[in-house]
Design a protein around this ligand. Structure first.
Ligand SMILES: *[C@@H]1O[C@H](CO)[C@@H](O)[C@H](O)[C@H]1NC(C)=O
Ligand SMILES: *[C@@H]1O[C@H](CO)[C@@H](O)[C@H](O)[C@H]1NC(C)=O
Ligand SMILES: *[C@@H]1O[C@H](CO)[C@@H](O)[C@H](O)[C@H]1NC(C)=O
Ligand SMILES: *[C@@H]1O[C@H](CO)[C@@H](O)[C@H](O)[C@H]1NC(C)=O
Length: 803
């Protein structure tokens, strides 16, 4: 028994002696002790174990450490002091208590990174006090030679005092410990203030965003002396006449059961927190904070506000600010949400005279948002419309604020942005229209990039077939993303007559869809919801909420609505109405009960041959109508089975037309982005050759082959092997005269071999690489119906690489 006990003791000693020498167990740190910046280093602990002094690993930067003091018994890492270095220190750095100079921090190579710079006296020992104060005691014991409480960073603890002339400074951000721009200062005159600093001069701006008002200009003895954080958690400005101005509320959670701290947060709010000493469950709670609304209190005109330039401040929980760039703007540094925002477009006076401003810009209305320091002109009295027009026609104006019959024009950069519901104002933000590029003026720039892409694409045409098609798929995707911003360069405008089309209010559509409850599908432009119109008929509708074109001007939207509403064909989905209200753009269509063609033809069992041929002919007629019979020619640009819907009688109805690309008759081509979907996109999208209605013919050809075979144009499943690409497989079968393979066990199709052959040949004619070789949709209709004979198509892929 006795032997085993002494073994136990020895084991204990072996284990613990190297880690905690006796001096550390009672908070004392003897001279020449050290602690190193490694993952398993043991910090210097206070006697109770509440506080630790040592290195914490940086959250994001691997192998980087911060020298700091933290709460050891709290789950959530909370640092109360850190060495004021501009950078983190590398792994292997060593903190050392030097008998002459106090604490010294060296990097692994032995270069000094930081030190306490004690000039007088010999160091006796260091001590990590239970208050959270690390002190370096001198041998003459007249008081500490250095203490962390005397060199605060962003936090004060009970028993800590902020003398006149001292300050707290915020961190740069939650995870970056370099100095930020917010200061809490105990001024020489006796006031406790919160201020921001200018960078890089590091001078305080003179307008404080909090002031304790403890300066008496007539009698200095009534002025403040220091900021005192008492042991019981009460914080006050102690005056020179020993009176106290208490900052904390009357009732304070007991300090014996709670940790208290006051921290100047990185976004500039000074907050008094408390945390139970016993349980971690409720974390840090807020007792009080200053200022009450930092978004409004930082109100100087010499720098920006709580959030960066062009940013907008909104008060979040615990009086802390939340910054959000306004619509059309984005963060300069995506990792710094509190920083500056930049417009996603250009506002330029160079455009004056090159077109009417409404061709370039539209407005978004934002409520109760203001940038009170960025005015350059006041117009009063004014109406909302006048205010907007004034900003539209002023090339300096970035936003106009309208409030109580007055209009303030504002210029970039906007500062002190805030949301204030007391304002009752409207901000008209000027936004460049989607697809209207900045200078240089449309055309020149775009042609060049087209050429580069085209050369790239042409080089692809030389390589292997499968690789080609895969690359083209990737290409389409890339193209689509690069150019998706450039939809519709300066669209033709036409007079709006919405005689066929009903205008709904947004509220009506919210009600019709029961707050957009049932989603029918998602398309390139937004989500489609099911709705029921009130009134006599209670008819079911499909409501498409356009998100892509929300920035578009009313006129463009209305132009498109007008064009779509004038189309009437039994193979098109009919537009019933629209909503064009504030930011809301919605289209109301007839409801198609049998879903998409995709789910119909790619399902098991496959639909009958006659159902499929009828559908194919319907689509061809609908397209012929769009290309040749409407007053404004419409190129669909995205024909695929997901965009063909089926009505109650399984009649094919083309949807999603007229939304993106409108061509006037006589115009053979617009400079526009690649639209469409991988597998269905015509090759001329990659060339400088014109994009015409023939792109739809190509897509229709692919679709037709899908309808014939009930197979997708690209099969990802490896089991298809060399047959993965539908067009190649069809071509092979056609050249080898094995058409029956395409329809497999489809008796009906096999019985009418003539029609099968016709359909396959039409499909191959449509996917010719050279657009001029492709038939028109009118001709396609005639061939499918059998009124015009079909000749044997050439191989679609021998198109030469000329660009
Ligand atoms: C750190 O604090 C000391 C004393 O307050 C000061 O002299 C020194 O300039 C500070 N260093 C940095 C990098 O801020
Ligand atoms: C630790 O802090 C307490 C409370 O402020 C103080 O009384 C004590 O002297 C401190 N100990 C040392 C060694 O500084
Ligand atoms: C902290 O911010 C400063 C100033 O913006 C920057 O130079 C530094 O690299 C940042 N440090 C870390 C660890 O991100
Ligand atoms: C200043 O105020 C104190 C009381 O706070 C008073 O005793 C003293 O006489 C005043 N001094 C002057 C010069 O008014």
């Amino acid at each position: 028994m006795a032997i085993s006990f002494s073994y136990f003791l020895i084991i204990l000693l072996i284990f613990f002696f190297p880690l905690h020498n006796l001096a550390q167990n009672n908070g004392r740190v003897s001279t020449s002790s050290s602690v190193s910046a490694t993952y398993e280093s043991t910090p210097w602990l206070s006697p109770s174990g509440d506080f630790a002094f040592g290195f914490q690993k940086a959250e994001e930067n691997k192998d980087q450490f911060l020298l700091c003091i933290w709460y050891e018994n709290i789950e959530e890492k909370t640092i109360v002091w850190h060495a004021n270095m501009s950078d983190l220190v590398p792994q292997g750095s060593i903190l050392y208590l030097d008998p002459q100079r106090g604490l010294i921090l060296n990097d692994p190579q032995g270069n000094a990174l930081w030190r306490t710079d004690i000039v007088f006296g010999n160091v006796d020992y260091g001590f990590m006090n239970d208050t959270g104060n690390f002190v370096v005691m001198g041998s003459d014991s007249s008081g500490p030679l250095w203490e962390s409480f005397g060199n605060p960073t962003d936090t004060l603890l009970p028993n800590q005092i902020l003398e006149r002339g001292s300050f707290l400074v915020s961190q740069k951000s939650e995870a970056n410990f370099t100095q930020g721009r917010f200061y809490l200062r105990m001024l020489d005159n006796g006031n406790l203030v919160l201020v921001t600093q200018s960078v890089p001069s590091n001078m305080d701006y003179d307008d404080e965003y909090y002031n304790s008002q403890t300066f008496d200009s007539t009698n200095a003895t009534n002025s403040g002396d220091k900021l005192v954080f008492e042991e019981n958690g009460v914080m006050s400005v102690l005056k020179r006449n020993n009176q106290r101005q208490i900052l904390t509320p009357r009732s304070i959670p007991s300090a014996s059961q709670n940790y208290h701290r006051v921290t100047l947060n990185f976004e500039g709010v000074l907050t008094h927190y408390y945390h139970s000493r016993i349980s971690d469950s409720s974390g840090w709670n807020v007792l009080w904070s200053q200022p009450n609304n930092i978004c409004i209190e930082i109100d100087g005109d010499k720098g920006t506000g709580a959030c960066g330039y062009n940013n907008v401040c909104n008060l979040g929980t615990n009086n802390r600010p939340v910054c959000n760039c306004p619509q059309g703007y984005s963060l300069v540094d995506p990792n710094d949400a509190y920083g500056d925002c930049k417009p996603d477009f250009s506002i330029s006076c160079d455009e004056v005279g090159r077109g009417s401003p409404e061709d370039f810009y539209s407005f978004i209305t934002i409520r109760d948002t203001d940038w009170p320091k960025s005015d350059f002109q006041l117009i009063s009295p004014s109406t909302e419309q006048d205010c907007q027009n004034a900003c539209l026609n002023d090339c300096f104006c970035a936003v106009a604020i309208y409030r109580s019959n007055s209009c303030w024009k504002k210029k970039l950069p906007l500062s002190n942005g805030r949301i204030d519901t007391n304002l009752n104002s409207k901000a008209f933000m000027k936004i460049r229209k989607d697809g209207v590029p900045g200078l240089p003026i449309p055309g020149s720039h775009q042609k060049n990039s087209w050429r580069i892409w085209a050369i790239f694409a042409s080089s692809l045409l030389g390589s292997s077939v499968l690789v080609n098609v895969l690359l083209i798929g990737v290409f389409c995707w890339g193209f689509f993303h690069i150019y998706k911003k450039k939809v519709n360069v300066l669209r033709p405008t036409s007079h709006v007559t919405d005689s066929f089309c009903h205008s709904f209010t947004y509220k009506e559509l919210v009600e019709a869809t029961d707050e957009f409850k049932e989603e029918l599908g998602r398309g390139a432009y937004g989500i489609v919801y099911k709705g029921v119109m009130s009134g006599g008929s209670r008819s079911v509708v499909a409501i498409k909420k356009l998100d892509r074109v929300a920035h578009e001007a009313e006129k463009d939207f209305m132009t498109e609505v007008n064009v779509i509403s004038q189309t009437h064909h039994k193979n098109l989905v009919r537009l019933i109405g629209y909503c064009n209200e504030g930011p809301h753009r919605l289209l109301v269509y007839e409801y198609m009960s049998n879903g998409t063609l995709a789910s119909f033809i790619f399902s098991d069992p496959r639909p009958t041959w006659s159902q499929r041929t009828n559908i194919a002919m319907g689509i061809a007629r609908g397209l012929a109508y769009l290309h040749e019979e409407c007053s404004t020619q419409i190129i669909h640009c995205d024909i695929k089975p997901q965009n063909i819907l089926l009505d109650d009688y399984h009649v094919a109805r083309i949807s999603d037309f007229g939304l993106s690309k409108l061509l006037k008759i006589n115009q053979s081509r617009t400079d526009t982005n690649i639209r469409g979907t991988r597998g269905y996109v015509a090759p001329e999208w990659f060339r400088t050759s014109p994009v015409t209605v023939k792109v739809d013919v190509y897509s229709f050809g692919v679709l037709l082959l899908e309808i014939i075979t009930c197979r997708k144009c690209l099969e990802n499943d490896e089991s298809y092997g060399t047959e993965a690409i539908l067009t190649y497989w069809v071509l092979d079968c056609f050249q080898e005269g094995k058409l029956e393979t395409l329809v497999q066990s489809d008796i009906e199709g096999l019985n009418d071999k003539k029609q099968l052959e016709t359909f396959v040949m039409v499909g191959i004619w449509c996917i010719q690489e050279d657009p001029s070789t492709r038939p028109t949709m009118r001709k396609v209709c005639q061939m499918l119906e059998g009124s015009v004979g079909v000749t044997t198509p050439p191989c679609p892929y021998n198109f030469s690489n000329t660009i």
